[in-house]
Design a protein around this ligand. Structure first.
Ligand code: 5RP
Length: 226
């Protein structure tokens, strides 16, 4: 069993019947969705309602038979379980390589608790040393947003699909993947500067949002608190 599958199964232990659950996006979160569907079908978990973090996870949940709700109907989510691209000390995260950072952050910030599930390869001493930082921007004057991001010390690259077309998020925006040659020394300061600019919607920096990480390697799953 791969570490992603192991942690996608292990996180089910953190759920209880009757919970409203934020459904993450990505390959690790997909193992979680499969395990959740199995637990619902077997009767291990009852009266679960999911809130997806992307159209993709919504389609997967529907396909797997996970009952869904919305933040309009259920304003406070009990727990959100989602993957990450990088996990630094303090459970500071980079997310969004899967293209869903904005809805992922909205869902996580409207949750009592966010649990990150990942393989050990996602752990790092400093954010930005393993993963570029995805930044979602409006399409209008996106080149200006890219120039601003570059002025903050990174190399922004407009995300494209495999066929060369520009990747468009579920919210109709573009994404710049920003490489910081020496990592992101002060993520809080960077987040403040980036969000100060009109046209930039949000970044994949999740700071002070996750409270627990489940990290898997080839042998086991361990817990890391924030
Ligand atoms: C999607 C995300 C994913 O959680 C992140 O990219 C991790 O994906 P994977 O589990 O496939 O490695 O942030 O926007």
């Amino acid at each position: 069993m791969s570490p992603k599958q192991r942690v996608g199964e292990a996180c089910i232990q953190h759920l209880k019947s009757g919970m409203v659950v934020g459904l993450g996006t990505g390959s690790t979160a997909d193992f979680f969705l499969q395990s959740l569907a199995t637990a619902i079908k077997s009767g291990q978990l009852t009266d679960i309602k999911g809130i997806p973090t992307s159209r993709k996870s919504e389609q997967r949940a529907i396909h797997l038979g996970i009952p869904l709700t919305t933040l309009a109907e259920c304003p406070l989510i009990d727990v959100t379980i989602d993957g990450a691209d990088e996990i630094a000390p303090g459970l500071k995260l980079v997310k969004g390589l899967g293209g869903a950072l904005l809805r992922e952050k909205v869902v996580a910030q409207n949750s009592r608790k966010m649990i990150v599930i990942a393989d050990a390869g996602k752990e790092s001493a400093m954010l930005g040393t393993k993963s570029p930082l995805p930044v979602e921007v409006v399409q209008f004057a996106h080149e200006a947003s890219a120039r601003y991001l570059q002025s903050l010390g990174c190399e922004p690259s407009l995300r494209k699909n495999a066929d060369g077309s520009i990747f468009i998020t579920d919210n109709g925006n573009y994404t710049y993947d920003c490489r910081f040659a020496n990592g992101i020394a002060d993520p809080e300061a960077l987040q403040g500067k980036v969000l100060d600019r009109a046209g930039i919607v949000d970044t994949g920096l999740f700071l002070g949002i996750a409270s627990l990480a489940l990290i898997a390697d080839d042998a086991a799953v361990r817990e890391r608190a924030g």
